[in-house]
Write a protein that binds this ligand. Structure first.
Ligand code: ZN
Length: 375
């Protein structure tokens, strides 16, 4: 058995491959940070043989409850990812096994979204006459911060979408891809009508360095970008610094920040009820957004989610809270599961890139219906 993670978003440390039924591994920490949970590696063995893997430091990872009822994903062709039999032992190590149909199998925490795919997304999007690509700055490692401007900037409403502040939450970029492709579909009447009234600013990957490095939550400097919105710095969190500055130039009338949650097996949103400027007007927008999204996509629900913030107690270092307060607008964090949508399970794939993509397409429905009411 040979294990390798020297590739885009690869992350694993091999302890021992001596016993094929129990190959032992550790998950290395994020760059300059204590966070750890993302793994992605290829295993090369013998076709026809069953192999077992054990992640010894699962109990020291950032979200141990993320391993409860969790199943690892695997792929032969790096396109189709399926779940494999996974168990959290009594002493909290994570074990999974798989009978290899071919010699080489890729395993990952969730279906990856590569830096190559990210760059393809940008290049293809810019071919649309409705889309302009802008580079608004550089990351810590010197990668470009890509912004897609979709629609005409003279339109009244400014909608901002950001994804993957936490780089291991790849479902967020799958979701952004669905939203972007629907917006750019010239045969989609809803998108055409929406772009009559609004311009979209989309950052499909806020943390390209962390994505490439195989981090769960941090950028290259070790910063958790979704705690940097009050005081971002060019040294530690240039990604947030540049996006925030661009938002201040354009204004924001609605904001969605796309994420994945390690523990909760549901799709849900977190709003701005704890920010000082929260009002009945924003609450009405939030309630309508949720009920429209539930009606068009039953993957979304509003029963399970985070505890609501007390009035005035929001953490304004978090993107959606900072934006909600700064621009006094509808501002949501959208969370998707790493595990499964427990309301609509698909045992073969669990929650997946494809379902995240479809969710991204349907996010346009509530925005379309609310567009005249946002201000
Ligand atoms: Zn997140």
């Amino acid at each position: 058995m040979k294990i390798n993670s020297s590739f885009d978003s690869g992350n694993i440390e091999v302890v021992s491959t001596d016993d094929a039924s129990n190959i032992t591994l550790n998950i290395p920490a994020d760059s300059n940070s204590e966070f750890k949970q993302w793994f992605h590696f290829k295993a090369h063995g013998e076709a026809g043989k069953e192999y077992g893997f054990e992640i010894l430091n699962a109990k020291d990872c950032s979200y141990v409850d993320g391993w409860e009822n969790y199943q690892a994903v695997a792929s032969y062709d790096r396109q189709y990812w399926f779940r494999v039999e996974t168990e959290l032992t009594a002493d909290k190590t994570l074990k999974f096994k798989h009978q290899f149909e071919q010699a080489t199998v890729y395993f990952s925490y969730f279906e990856p979204y590569s830096y190559e795919r990210h760059q393809n997304l940008i290049q293809v999007a810019q071919l649309s006459e409705d889309c302009e690509h802008r580079i608004i700055g550089e990351t810590v490692d010197g990668r470009d911060m890509d912004l897609l401007v979709i629609g005409n900037e003279s339109k009244e409403r400014k909608i901002w979408i950001t994804a993957r502040q936490h780089p291991g939450e790849t479902m967020a970029e799958w979701c952004a891809e669905g939203l972007i492709e629907r917006l750019l579909d010239p045969t989609d009447a809803l998108s055409r009508s929406l772009l009559e009234k609004a311009v979209f600013y989309v950052v499909p990957n806020m943390n390209v360095d962390g994505s490439y490095r195989g981090n769960l939550r941090s950028n290259a400097a070790g910063a958790n970008l979704n705690r940097e919105w009050q005081n971002p710095s060019l040294e530690k969190s240039p990604e947030v610094y540049h996006v925030r500055q661009t938002m201040q130039q354009t204004g924001v009338d609605a904001y969605l920040d796309l994420h994945g949650d390690e523990a909760l097996p549901y799709v849900f949103v977190a709003g701005t009820e704890g920010v000082p400027s929260y009002s009945s007007k924003i609450k009405e927008l939030e309630d309508e957004f949720k009920s429209i999204l539930m009606a068009v996509n039953p993957d979304f629900q509003d029963k399970f989610g985070y505890d609501k913030d007390e009035p005035g107690k929001a953490n304004l270092t978090v993107a959606n809270a900072w934006v909600g307060e700064e621009f006094n607008c509808l501002s949501y964090t959208l969370e998707m599961p790493f595990k499964e949508n427990a309301n609509l399970p698909n045992p073969e794939t669990g929650w997946s890139g494809e379902r995240s993509y479809v969710l991204g397409q349907t996010l346009l429905n509530p925005l379309y219906q609310l567009i005249d009411k946002l201000r």
